[in-house]
Design a protein around this ligand. Structure first.
Ligand code: IMP
Ligand code: MG
Length: 172
């Protein structure tokens, strides 16, 4: 089946916002080392673009988190692949592609907190606040969007479309 994808955020819009966020993060951390922890797989492209525009020292690792199989309202999120680098005393920025219900990022924050980092900040390309189940506000947000299912720039539909250079939605 071939889907028709409509552009929601162009490559240009994303590039410009990424540049803004990276500048803001670089300024906020004023040369301090930052440990970026991206939630795999979705945040891989956003993270790759952000870190290349950070002016200070950067460490990088990933974490995988998956919702328990079953109804999506069961809501349990499990860490299925932990990071390998030490986070103790680190300035951690957790990066996700999108904050939807807020369950994934909240679970990752709980995990990271136990590793005793110096600071924890969060960064997401997209935010869908209308879908929130767990109250959560990210420190750095690319774009706030309505409740539509989006793909591209890392985001998938059944593991497809992560490679699109823009963010789009599937036209019904
Ligand atoms: P949350 O735990 O409900 O906040 O969901 C976060 C995860 O759900 C994200 O990391 C995405 O992998 C996935 N997700 C939520 N909304 C979308 C969407 O519109 N398109 C693609 N993936 C999504
Ligand atoms: Mg995903």
């Amino acid at each position: 089946m071939k889907h028709k994808i409509k552009v929601l955020l162009t490559k240009k819009q994303i590039e410009s916002r990424v540049r803004f966020l990276a500048k803001k993060i670089s300024e906020d951390f004023s040369g301090k080392e930052i440990s970026f922890l991206f939630i795999s797989n979705g945040a891989i492209i956003f993270t790759a673009d952000i870190i290349r525009r950070i002016t200070g020292k950067v460490r990088l690792d990933s974490i995988r988190a998956s919702s328990y199989i079953g109804t999506n309202s069961s809501g349990k999120v499990k860490i299925t692949s932990p990071p390998q680098i030490s986070l103790e005393g680190a300035n951690v920025i957790i990066v996700d592609d999108i904050i939807d219900t807020g369950r994934t990022i909240s679970r990752v924050i709980t995990y990271v907190r136990k590793k005793k980092p110096a600071t924890i900040r969060t960064c997401a390309l997209l935010d869908k606040p209308s879908r929130r189940v767990v109250p959560f506000i990210a420190d750095y947000v690319g774009f706030t969007i309505d409740d539509v299912f989006v793909v591209g720039y890392g985001l998938d539909y059944n593991e497809l479309y992560r490679n699109l250079p823009y963010v789009g939605y599937i036209e019904q």
